[in-house]
Design a protein around this ligand. Structure first.
Ligand SMILES: NC(=O)c1ccc[n+]([C@@H]2O[C@H](COP(=O)([O-])OP(=O)(O)OC[C@H]3O[C@@H](n4cnc5c(N)ncnc54)[C@H](O)[C@@H]3O)[C@@H](O)[C@H]2O)c1
Ligand SMILES: O=P(O)(O)OC[C@H](O)CO
Length: 331
């Protein structure tokens, strides 16, 4: 039995806590505030984001970092990307040096343009593993077969985390290409917003297939420029996660885009989704990385202009479709 702290009591933190508890591990979940903790203790369910999923009594809840981090073998970071740095700083005094950190959050820190594992590593000296791939919490919590990837610069740690999480319904591969794995997981959320907008505008499957196919070309272009392995973008954390997020009714990012396509403002759409929509802050980071690496990313540019420069949606679509004609390429 391993002692595990899970930071974040939203849908993903809870789905992974359930899995780890089923495997016989001792799980303590850090809650953002007293109300989140009280509700979980009262209802043994998170009605906001995982309704209908009961949480067993063996899973503990706390708002105290020390209780969730000190003496743990593994600490799972399942807070929104914007809170990864402050959370890393807050847990630093209680972390033991052998504790392995698993980041399951997806995003880019705008101020530094770091991936989230780079943010964590800039604060704490511990080994960091990224767990990523096409994995909606709503399905994992219901034991629906899912496959993901554990990635780290330290393969011993990646294999430890592979063994920790693997079950008959949750298959975990390893991949040493941590930059490729993280960029795939972060950038797919921006393309999901575009897929949602297409849905909201009443477009069909052709449009979504085009966004997915050209979207992965954009993600891979940036990912390779930043040192990622091109093969990673054809795998679970690349095209796999992009497909699920662009097509699934569970997707928060796709839903947010759909609402925007239907005419809601960005703020209204985020409020209606009522869960973290990582594609919105990631769009800013992706746009800045595109400029930094001098790369062409037309879909990400279109989403940036639509979200942050108030470009009307129909003009954005026309601009995207009427660019100079060219040969199809994947690099
Ligand atoms: N939900 C999924 O299916 C899924 C799957 C894979 C990865 N992820 C990633 O996991 C991360 C968390 O997503 P989620 O869906 O669980 O989100 P969520 O909105 O359901 O919950 C986030 C949780 O983080 C905590 N939190 C909220 N605001 C915070 C703040 N300002 N500071 C610190 N903690 C805060 C709270 O405990 C909250 O319940 C995201 O980066 C997301 O992309 C989610
Ligand atoms: O599809 P979303 O936007 O809910 O994102 C959740 C996960 O990243 C899917 O793997």
């Amino acid at each position: 039995m391993q002692k595990i702290g899970v930071l974040g009591a939203g849908s993903w933190g809870l789905a992974l806590s359930l899995l780890l508890n089923e495997k016989g591990h001792d799980v303590t979940v850090w809650c953002y505030d007293q109300k989140e903790k009280d509700d979980l203790l009262t209802y043994r369910e998170n009605k906001r984001c995982l309704p209908g999923i009961k949480i067993p009594l063996e899973i503990h809840f706390s708002t105290d970092y020390e209780e969730c981090v000190e003496g743990k073998d593994v600490v799972v970071m399942a807070v929104p990307s914007k809170a990864i740095r402050t959370t890393s700083e807050a847990i630093m005094p209680y972390l033991e040096k052998e504790t392995v950190i698993v980041n399951v959050s997806k995003g880019i820190e705008f101020e530094t343009l770091y991936t989230l594992s780079q943010v964590i590593e800039s604060v704490v000296p511990n080994k960091v593993v990224v767990l990523s791939g096409p994995s909606h919490a709503e399905e994992v919590a219901r034991h629906m077969p899912t496959a993901v990837v554990a990635s780290s610069e330290c393969m011993v740690s990646a294999e430890y985390i592979q063994d920790l999480f693997i079950t008959e319904y949750f298959r975990v591969y390893t991949n040493p290409d941590i930059i490729g794995v993280e960029l795939g997981g972060a950038l797919k959320n921006v393309i999901a917003l575009a897929s949602g907008v297409a849905e909201g505008l009443g477009y069909g499957d052709n449009s979504k297939a085009a966004l997915i196919t050209r979207g992965i070309a954009e993600i891979a272009r940036l990912g390779v420029a930043m040192g990622g392995n091109p093969n990673t973008f054809g795998g679970l954390t690349g095209i796999g996660d992009l497909i699920v997020t662009c097509m699934s009714g569970h997707s928060r990012n796709r839903r947010c885009g759909e609402l925007i396509g239907q005419g809601y403002t960005l703020d209204e759409a985020i409020k209606k989704v009522n869960m973290v929509v990582e594609g919105v802050p990631t769009t800013k980071g992706a746009y800045a990385l595109m400029k930094k690496h001098n790369i062409e990313m037309p879909i990400i540019t279109a989403i940036y202009e639509g979200l942050f420069e108030n470009a009307p949606v129909d003009e954005v679509v026309t601009k995207l479709m009427c660019r100079d004609k060219k040969m199809e390429s994947f690099d």
